[in-house]
Design a protein around this ligand. Structure first.
Ligand SMILES: Cc1cc2nc3c(=O)[nH]c(=O)nc-3n(C[C@H](O)[C@H](O)[C@H](O)COP(=O)(O)OP(=O)(O)OC[C@H]3O[C@@H](n4cnc5c(N)ncnc54)[C@H](O)[C@@H]3O)c2cc1C
Length: 403
Protein backbone atom coordinates (compact mmCIF):
# COMPACT_ATOMS: atom_id res chain seq x y z
CA UNK A 1 0.00 0.00 0.00
CA UNK A 2 1.28 3.48 -0.88
CA UNK A 3 1.30 5.72 2.22
CA UNK A 4 -0.80 8.91 1.85
CA UNK A 5 1.26 12.01 0.92
CA UNK A 6 1.47 14.77 3.50
CA UNK A 7 -0.41 17.93 2.52
CA UNK A 8 1.59 20.92 1.22
CA UNK A 9 1.14 22.89 4.44
CA UNK A 10 2.19 19.87 6.54
CA UNK A 11 5.35 19.45 4.41
CA UNK A 12 6.15 23.16 4.82
CA UNK A 13 5.71 22.79 8.60
CA UNK A 14 8.03 19.72 8.64
CA UNK A 15 10.64 21.63 6.61
CA UNK A 16 10.40 24.60 8.99
CA UNK A 17 10.72 22.33 12.03
CA UNK A 18 13.75 20.61 10.45
CA UNK A 19 15.41 23.98 9.76
CA UNK A 20 14.60 25.26 13.27
CA UNK A 21 16.52 22.29 14.70
CA UNK A 22 19.19 21.93 12.01
CA UNK A 23 20.40 25.56 11.86
CA UNK A 24 21.25 25.87 15.60
CA UNK A 25 22.61 22.29 15.54
CA UNK A 26 25.01 23.09 12.71
CA UNK A 27 25.96 26.53 14.09
CA UNK A 28 27.42 25.32 17.38
CA UNK A 29 30.68 23.40 17.82
CA UNK A 30 29.97 19.87 19.04
CA UNK A 31 33.50 18.80 19.81
CA UNK A 32 33.63 19.70 23.49
CA UNK A 33 32.66 16.34 24.98
CA UNK A 34 34.05 12.82 25.28
CA UNK A 35 31.02 11.34 23.55
CA UNK A 36 31.52 13.39 20.37
CA UNK A 37 35.32 13.22 20.71
CA UNK A 38 35.49 9.43 20.54
CA UNK A 39 33.42 9.37 17.35
CA UNK A 40 35.66 11.98 15.73
CA UNK A 41 38.71 9.98 16.94
CA UNK A 42 37.25 6.85 15.37
CA UNK A 43 36.66 8.62 12.05
CA UNK A 44 40.27 9.86 11.96
CA UNK A 45 41.57 6.40 12.86
CA UNK A 46 39.52 4.60 10.17
CA UNK A 47 40.16 7.02 7.29
CA UNK A 48 43.71 8.17 8.09
CA UNK A 49 45.23 5.13 9.84
CA UNK A 50 43.10 2.33 8.36
CA UNK A 51 42.35 0.88 11.80
CA UNK A 52 39.52 0.89 14.30
CA UNK A 53 42.08 1.36 17.13
CA UNK A 54 42.05 4.98 18.28
CA UNK A 55 45.54 4.90 19.85
CA UNK A 56 46.68 8.01 17.99
CA UNK A 57 43.68 10.05 19.15
CA UNK A 58 42.60 8.51 22.48
CA UNK A 59 43.70 11.51 24.54
CA UNK A 60 40.77 13.63 23.38
CA UNK A 61 38.22 11.32 25.00
CA UNK A 62 37.50 9.30 28.12
CA UNK A 63 34.82 7.21 26.40
CA UNK A 64 37.21 4.46 25.41
CA UNK A 65 38.01 0.85 26.08
CA UNK A 66 41.60 -0.34 26.73
CA UNK A 67 42.17 -3.89 25.51
CA UNK A 68 45.53 -5.68 25.02
CA UNK A 69 47.49 -2.44 24.93
CA UNK A 70 45.21 -0.61 22.48
CA UNK A 71 42.42 1.95 22.78
CA UNK A 72 39.02 1.45 21.13
CA UNK A 73 35.77 3.41 20.98
CA UNK A 74 33.22 2.04 23.45
CA UNK A 75 30.28 3.40 21.39
CA UNK A 76 27.96 1.58 18.98
CA UNK A 77 29.31 2.22 15.47
CA UNK A 78 26.19 3.55 13.66
CA UNK A 79 26.95 7.29 14.07
CA UNK A 80 30.49 6.82 12.76
CA UNK A 81 29.23 4.83 9.76
CA UNK A 82 26.72 7.57 8.92
CA UNK A 83 29.36 10.33 9.25
CA UNK A 84 32.02 8.38 7.32
CA UNK A 85 31.16 9.55 3.74
CA UNK A 86 31.16 13.27 4.65
CA UNK A 87 34.29 12.90 6.75
CA UNK A 88 36.20 10.91 4.10
CA UNK A 89 35.25 13.42 1.37
CA UNK A 90 36.34 16.37 3.51
CA UNK A 91 39.65 14.73 4.36
CA UNK A 92 40.15 13.95 0.66
CA UNK A 93 39.51 17.59 -0.21
CA UNK A 94 41.99 18.67 2.47
CA UNK A 95 44.57 16.29 1.00
CA UNK A 96 44.00 17.87 -2.42
CA UNK A 97 44.68 21.32 -0.93
CA UNK A 98 47.66 20.06 1.10
CA UNK A 99 45.91 20.68 4.45
CA UNK A 100 46.72 18.31 7.36
CA UNK A 101 43.41 16.92 8.78
CA UNK A 102 45.11 16.07 12.11
CA UNK A 103 46.10 19.72 12.72
CA UNK A 104 44.04 22.88 13.23
CA UNK A 105 42.21 24.28 11.30
CA UNK A 106 41.86 21.04 9.24
CA UNK A 107 40.63 19.12 12.32
CA UNK A 108 37.79 21.58 12.99
CA UNK A 109 36.67 21.74 9.37
CA UNK A 110 36.36 17.95 8.93
CA UNK A 111 34.71 17.62 12.32
CA UNK A 112 32.07 20.23 11.44
CA UNK A 113 31.35 18.83 7.97
CA UNK A 114 31.17 15.25 9.31
CA UNK A 115 28.73 16.33 12.04
CA UNK A 116 26.47 18.40 9.80
CA UNK A 117 26.89 16.23 6.69
CA UNK A 118 25.91 13.07 8.54
CA UNK A 119 22.45 14.54 9.13
CA UNK A 120 22.12 15.61 5.48
CA UNK A 121 23.29 12.20 4.18
CA UNK A 122 21.21 10.08 6.53
CA UNK A 123 18.09 9.67 4.32
CA UNK A 124 20.19 8.82 1.26
CA UNK A 125 22.34 6.32 3.17
CA UNK A 126 19.27 4.59 4.63
CA UNK A 127 17.63 4.49 1.18
CA UNK A 128 20.76 2.99 -0.40
CA UNK A 129 20.98 0.35 2.35
CA UNK A 130 17.27 -0.51 1.93
CA UNK A 131 17.57 -0.77 -1.87
CA UNK A 132 21.00 -2.53 -1.66
CA UNK A 133 22.30 0.12 -4.06
CA UNK A 134 25.89 1.35 -4.56
CA UNK A 135 25.97 5.15 -4.73
CA UNK A 136 28.56 5.40 -7.49
CA UNK A 137 27.45 8.12 -9.88
CA UNK A 138 26.96 11.57 -8.43
CA UNK A 139 28.30 15.10 -8.72
CA UNK A 140 28.22 17.53 -11.67
CA UNK A 141 30.75 15.47 -13.67
CA UNK A 142 29.26 12.00 -13.31
CA UNK A 143 28.72 12.20 -17.10
CA UNK A 144 31.13 14.07 -19.37
CA UNK A 145 32.30 14.28 -22.95
CA UNK A 146 35.93 13.66 -23.91
CA UNK A 147 37.77 14.01 -27.26
CA UNK A 148 38.28 10.73 -29.12
CA UNK A 149 41.72 11.93 -30.27
CA UNK A 150 44.25 14.31 -28.74
CA UNK A 151 43.40 14.18 -25.03
CA UNK A 152 42.15 17.17 -23.03
CA UNK A 153 44.29 19.59 -25.07
CA UNK A 154 42.26 18.78 -28.22
CA UNK A 155 39.32 20.70 -26.74
CA UNK A 156 41.35 23.90 -26.54
CA UNK A 157 43.11 23.38 -29.86
CA UNK A 158 39.71 23.23 -31.56
CA UNK A 159 38.62 26.41 -29.74
CA UNK A 160 41.83 28.07 -30.90
CA UNK A 161 41.00 27.22 -34.53
CA UNK A 162 37.82 29.32 -34.24
CA UNK A 163 39.93 32.43 -33.57
CA UNK A 164 41.84 34.61 -36.11
CA UNK A 165 45.35 33.11 -36.18
CA UNK A 166 47.06 36.47 -36.87
CA UNK A 167 45.91 37.79 -33.52
CA UNK A 168 47.20 34.88 -31.47
CA UNK A 169 50.65 35.25 -29.93
CA UNK A 170 52.39 32.70 -27.71
CA UNK A 171 55.46 32.57 -25.48
CA UNK A 172 55.48 36.28 -24.62
CA UNK A 173 55.89 36.53 -20.87
CA UNK A 174 54.48 39.75 -19.38
CA UNK A 175 57.14 41.57 -17.34
CA UNK A 176 55.32 44.78 -16.38
CA UNK A 177 51.90 46.39 -16.64
CA UNK A 178 51.80 50.19 -16.57
CA UNK A 179 48.24 51.01 -15.47
CA UNK A 180 48.64 54.79 -15.99
CA UNK A 181 49.47 54.43 -19.68
CA UNK A 182 47.53 51.18 -20.07
CA UNK A 183 50.58 49.50 -21.55
CA UNK A 184 52.09 46.01 -21.19
CA UNK A 185 55.78 45.24 -21.51
CA UNK A 186 56.90 41.72 -22.37
CA UNK A 187 60.13 40.17 -21.15
CA UNK A 188 61.38 40.33 -24.74
CA UNK A 189 61.02 44.14 -24.61
CA UNK A 190 57.82 44.57 -26.67
CA UNK A 191 55.29 47.20 -25.67
CA UNK A 192 51.55 46.54 -26.20
CA UNK A 193 48.75 49.03 -25.47
CA UNK A 194 45.36 47.97 -24.17
CA UNK A 195 41.93 49.47 -23.48
CA UNK A 196 40.78 46.52 -21.42
CA UNK A 197 43.02 43.67 -20.31
CA UNK A 198 41.84 40.17 -19.34
CA UNK A 199 44.66 38.50 -17.44
CA UNK A 200 44.78 34.80 -16.47
CA UNK A 201 48.21 34.85 -14.85
CA UNK A 202 48.07 34.04 -11.11
CA UNK A 203 46.69 37.05 -9.26
CA UNK A 204 49.54 37.17 -6.75
CA UNK A 205 52.00 37.46 -9.67
CA UNK A 206 49.81 40.03 -11.42
CA UNK A 207 49.86 42.26 -8.34
CA UNK A 208 53.65 42.30 -8.30
CA UNK A 209 53.79 42.93 -12.07
CA UNK A 210 51.59 46.03 -11.98
CA UNK A 211 52.95 49.57 -11.72
CA UNK A 212 50.55 52.26 -10.53
CA UNK A 213 48.57 50.21 -7.98
CA UNK A 214 51.39 49.77 -5.49
CA UNK A 215 49.07 49.58 -2.46
CA UNK A 216 47.82 46.20 -3.77
CA UNK A 217 51.29 44.60 -3.77
CA UNK A 218 51.11 43.96 -0.02
CA UNK A 219 48.22 41.54 -0.65
CA UNK A 220 50.31 39.25 -2.90
CA UNK A 221 51.74 36.99 -0.13
CA UNK A 222 48.24 36.48 1.32
CA UNK A 223 47.03 34.37 -1.61
CA UNK A 224 47.11 30.74 -0.41
CA UNK A 225 47.67 27.97 -2.94
CA UNK A 226 48.85 24.38 -3.16
CA UNK A 227 51.21 23.00 -5.78
CA UNK A 228 50.58 19.85 -7.83
CA UNK A 229 52.74 17.01 -9.05
CA UNK A 230 51.33 15.14 -12.01
CA UNK A 231 52.80 11.66 -12.49
CA UNK A 232 51.93 9.60 -15.55
CA UNK A 233 52.71 5.91 -15.90
CA UNK A 234 52.45 3.93 -19.16
CA UNK A 235 51.89 0.16 -18.89
CA UNK A 236 51.96 -2.75 -21.28
CA UNK A 237 49.10 -5.24 -21.39
CA UNK A 238 45.39 -4.81 -20.69
CA UNK A 239 43.85 -2.65 -17.98
CA UNK A 240 43.08 -4.87 -14.92
CA UNK A 241 39.45 -5.94 -14.41
CA UNK A 242 39.11 -3.83 -11.25
CA UNK A 243 39.97 -0.65 -13.20
CA UNK A 244 38.13 -1.48 -16.42
CA UNK A 245 35.13 0.74 -15.67
CA UNK A 246 36.89 3.40 -13.60
CA UNK A 247 37.61 6.98 -14.73
CA UNK A 248 39.15 8.29 -11.52
CA UNK A 249 39.47 7.14 -7.91
CA UNK A 250 39.86 9.34 -4.81
CA UNK A 251 42.35 8.55 -2.02
CA UNK A 252 41.84 10.42 1.28
CA UNK A 253 44.38 8.38 3.28
CA UNK A 254 47.93 9.69 3.84
CA UNK A 255 49.58 6.28 3.19
CA UNK A 256 48.90 6.83 -0.51
CA UNK A 257 50.85 9.83 -1.88
CA UNK A 258 48.22 10.88 -4.44
CA UNK A 259 44.72 12.18 -3.82
CA UNK A 260 43.41 11.02 -7.18
CA UNK A 261 44.34 8.36 -9.73
CA UNK A 262 42.95 8.64 -13.25
CA UNK A 263 42.75 5.86 -15.85
CA UNK A 264 43.13 8.12 -18.89
CA UNK A 265 43.34 5.17 -21.29
CA UNK A 266 39.70 4.41 -20.37
CA UNK A 267 38.59 7.84 -21.65
CA UNK A 268 39.43 6.98 -25.25
CA UNK A 269 41.06 3.95 -26.92
CA UNK A 270 43.41 6.46 -28.60
CA UNK A 271 44.89 7.75 -25.34
CA UNK A 272 47.39 4.86 -25.17
CA UNK A 273 49.06 2.83 -27.96
CA UNK A 274 47.55 -0.56 -28.83
CA UNK A 275 48.39 -3.16 -26.19
CA UNK A 276 48.98 -0.51 -23.52
CA UNK A 277 47.10 1.42 -20.87
CA UNK A 278 47.90 4.33 -18.57
CA UNK A 279 47.49 5.72 -15.07
CA UNK A 280 47.89 9.31 -13.90
CA UNK A 281 48.38 10.36 -10.28
CA UNK A 282 47.94 13.83 -8.79
CA UNK A 283 49.94 14.66 -5.67
CA UNK A 284 49.42 17.88 -3.72
CA UNK A 285 52.23 19.87 -2.10
CA UNK A 286 51.98 22.67 0.46
CA UNK A 287 54.03 23.98 3.42
CA UNK A 288 51.98 21.56 5.60
CA UNK A 289 52.53 18.69 3.14
CA UNK A 290 56.01 18.77 1.58
CA UNK A 291 56.92 16.48 -1.31
CA UNK A 292 60.35 15.01 -2.08
CA UNK A 293 60.85 16.08 -5.69
CA UNK A 294 63.29 13.33 -6.66
CA UNK A 295 61.42 10.51 -4.93
CA UNK A 296 57.81 11.23 -5.83
CA UNK A 297 57.63 9.25 -9.09
CA UNK A 298 58.94 6.11 -7.39
CA UNK A 299 56.57 6.67 -4.43
CA UNK A 300 53.63 6.86 -6.83
CA UNK A 301 54.62 3.70 -8.72
CA UNK A 302 55.09 1.85 -5.40
CA UNK A 303 51.66 3.00 -4.22
CA UNK A 304 50.07 1.89 -7.51
CA UNK A 305 51.67 -1.54 -6.90
CA UNK A 306 50.52 -1.63 -3.23
CA UNK A 307 46.95 -0.81 -4.31
CA UNK A 308 47.11 -3.78 -6.70
CA UNK A 309 46.71 -1.54 -9.77
CA UNK A 310 49.98 -2.36 -11.51
CA UNK A 311 52.60 -5.02 -11.86
CA UNK A 312 55.92 -3.14 -11.86
CA UNK A 313 57.34 -5.30 -14.64
CA UNK A 314 54.70 -3.82 -16.99
CA UNK A 315 55.73 -0.19 -16.49
CA UNK A 316 57.07 1.08 -19.84
CA UNK A 317 57.17 4.85 -19.25
CA UNK A 318 57.09 7.45 -16.46
CA UNK A 319 56.31 11.16 -16.71
CA UNK A 320 56.41 13.90 -14.06
CA UNK A 321 55.65 17.61 -13.92
CA UNK A 322 55.40 19.99 -10.96
CA UNK A 323 52.98 22.93 -11.16
CA UNK A 324 53.71 25.69 -8.65
CA UNK A 325 50.10 26.88 -8.89
CA UNK A 326 47.95 23.76 -8.50
CA UNK A 327 44.83 24.67 -6.52
CA UNK A 328 43.67 28.12 -5.31
CA UNK A 329 43.03 27.42 -1.62
CA UNK A 330 40.10 29.30 -0.04
CA UNK A 331 41.12 31.12 3.16
CA UNK A 332 39.35 33.22 5.80
CA UNK A 333 39.19 36.82 4.64
CA UNK A 334 39.62 35.85 0.97
CA UNK A 335 36.48 37.58 -0.27
CA UNK A 336 37.37 40.91 1.37
CA UNK A 337 40.84 40.88 -0.23
CA UNK A 338 39.45 39.82 -3.62
CA UNK A 339 36.76 42.53 -3.44
CA UNK A 340 39.30 45.30 -2.79
CA UNK A 341 41.68 44.01 -5.49
CA UNK A 342 38.89 43.57 -8.06
CA UNK A 343 37.64 47.13 -7.54
CA UNK A 344 41.09 48.67 -8.03
CA UNK A 345 41.91 46.48 -11.06
CA UNK A 346 38.55 47.22 -12.68
CA UNK A 347 39.18 50.95 -12.36
CA UNK A 348 42.47 50.36 -14.24
CA UNK A 349 40.72 48.38 -17.02
CA UNK A 350 42.10 45.00 -15.84
CA UNK A 351 39.96 41.87 -15.47
CA UNK A 352 41.85 39.14 -13.63
CA UNK A 353 39.96 35.96 -14.49
CA UNK A 354 40.39 32.18 -14.72
CA UNK A 355 41.60 29.59 -12.21
CA UNK A 356 44.32 31.65 -10.52
CA UNK A 357 43.32 34.97 -12.05
CA UNK A 358 40.09 35.00 -10.02
CA UNK A 359 41.54 32.79 -7.25
CA UNK A 360 38.14 31.27 -6.55
CA UNK A 361 38.39 27.50 -6.09
CA UNK A 362 34.64 27.08 -6.51
CA UNK A 363 34.65 28.39 -10.11
CA UNK A 364 38.09 27.25 -11.29
CA UNK A 365 37.55 24.17 -13.47
CA UNK A 366 38.14 24.44 -17.21
CA UNK A 367 34.50 25.09 -18.03
CA UNK A 368 34.25 27.77 -15.35
CA UNK A 369 37.53 29.39 -16.44
CA UNK A 370 36.37 29.52 -20.06
CA UNK A 371 33.04 31.09 -19.08
CA UNK A 372 34.81 33.64 -16.91
CA UNK A 373 36.67 34.77 -20.05
CA UNK A 374 33.52 34.78 -22.24
CA UNK A 375 31.56 36.75 -19.66
CA UNK A 376 34.39 39.23 -19.06
CA UNK A 377 34.35 40.02 -22.81
CA UNK A 378 30.55 40.42 -22.72
CA UNK A 379 30.90 42.79 -19.76
CA UNK A 380 33.56 44.86 -21.53
CA UNK A 381 31.55 45.07 -24.78
CA UNK A 382 27.95 45.25 -23.51
CA UNK A 383 28.15 45.87 -19.78
CA UNK A 384 26.55 42.43 -19.15
CA UNK A 385 26.76 41.03 -15.62
CA UNK A 386 29.40 38.33 -15.08
CA UNK A 387 27.76 35.21 -13.67
CA UNK A 388 30.48 32.59 -13.30
CA UNK A 389 33.05 34.95 -11.74
CA UNK A 390 30.41 35.88 -9.17
CA UNK A 391 29.80 32.26 -8.20
CA UNK A 392 26.84 31.36 -10.45
CA UNK A 393 27.82 28.08 -12.13
CA UNK A 394 24.68 27.64 -14.21
CA UNK A 395 26.09 29.32 -17.34
CA UNK A 396 25.30 27.35 -20.49
CA UNK A 397 28.75 25.87 -21.00
CA UNK A 398 29.59 24.79 -17.47
CA UNK A 399 29.33 21.14 -16.49
CA UNK A 400 26.36 22.01 -14.26
CA UNK A 401 24.31 21.57 -17.44
CA UNK A 402 23.53 17.83 -17.66
CA UNK A 403 24.68 16.18 -20.89
C1 LIG B 1 46.23 18.84 -10.98
C2 LIG B 1 45.07 19.52 -11.65
C3 LIG B 1 43.95 18.79 -12.04
C4 LIG B 1 42.89 19.41 -12.67
N1 LIG B 1 41.80 18.67 -13.04
C5 LIG B 1 40.79 19.25 -13.71
C6 LIG B 1 39.67 18.49 -14.15
O1 LIG B 1 39.61 17.28 -13.96
N2 LIG B 1 38.66 19.13 -14.81
C7 LIG B 1 38.71 20.48 -15.06
O2 LIG B 1 37.78 21.01 -15.67
N3 LIG B 1 39.76 21.21 -14.64
C8 LIG B 1 40.79 20.64 -13.99
N4 LIG B 1 41.86 21.39 -13.57
C9 LIG B 1 41.79 22.84 -13.74
C10 LIG B 1 42.18 23.36 -15.11
O3 LIG B 1 43.51 22.99 -15.37
C11 LIG B 1 42.00 24.87 -15.05
O4 LIG B 1 40.63 25.14 -14.84
C12 LIG B 1 42.39 25.60 -16.31
O5 LIG B 1 43.69 25.28 -16.73
C13 LIG B 1 42.32 27.10 -16.01
O6 LIG B 1 42.60 27.83 -17.15
P1 LIG B 1 43.13 29.30 -17.02
O7 LIG B 1 43.31 29.80 -18.43
O8 LIG B 1 42.31 30.08 -16.10
O9 LIG B 1 44.56 29.20 -16.31
P2 LIG B 1 45.88 28.45 -16.72
O10 LIG B 1 45.59 27.26 -17.58
O11 LIG B 1 46.64 28.28 -15.45
O12 LIG B 1 46.60 29.53 -17.65
C14 LIG B 1 47.25 30.65 -17.12
C15 LIG B 1 48.36 31.00 -18.09
O13 LIG B 1 49.01 32.20 -17.69
C16 LIG B 1 50.37 32.08 -18.07
N5 LIG B 1 51.18 33.08 -17.36
C17 LIG B 1 51.52 33.14 -16.05
N6 LIG B 1 52.30 34.19 -15.82
C18 LIG B 1 52.47 34.83 -17.00
C19 LIG B 1 53.17 36.00 -17.42
N7 LIG B 1 53.90 36.73 -16.56
N8 LIG B 1 53.11 36.35 -18.72
C20 LIG B 1 52.38 35.63 -19.62
N9 LIG B 1 51.69 34.52 -19.28
C21 LIG B 1 51.75 34.12 -17.99
C22 LIG B 1 50.71 30.65 -17.66
O14 LIG B 1 51.86 30.21 -18.34
C23 LIG B 1 49.47 29.91 -18.13
O15 LIG B 1 49.60 29.43 -19.44
C24 LIG B 1 42.95 20.79 -12.92
C25 LIG B 1 44.08 21.53 -12.56
C26 LIG B 1 45.13 20.89 -11.93
C27 LIG B 1 46.34 21.71 -11.53
Amino acid sequence: MVPPRASRSARAAYALLFLALFVPFSYFDHNDGWNQGVRIAQLHAIVLKHTIKIDAYHQITGDKAYIDGHYYSEKAPAMVVVALPSFALTVWFQKLLGVDPDQLPGWHVSEWVATVGSIGNLPRILENIALKRDDVSWGPNSTFRFPLHGGTGAIWQSVQQLLPAAQLHFDRAIARIDTRRRRIETKAGESIEYDALISTMPLDRLLTTIDGLDHLKAHAPRFVHSSSHIVGVGLSGAVPDALETKCWIYFPEPQVPFYRATVFSNYSPNNAPAGHWSLMAEVSESPQKPVELNAIVEEVVSAFARCGFVDRTNVVSRWHRRLEHGYPTPWLGRDEVLGEVEQALHAAGIYSRGRFGAWKYEVSNQDHSLMQGVEAVERILDGAAERTYNGDTTSDLTSARRL
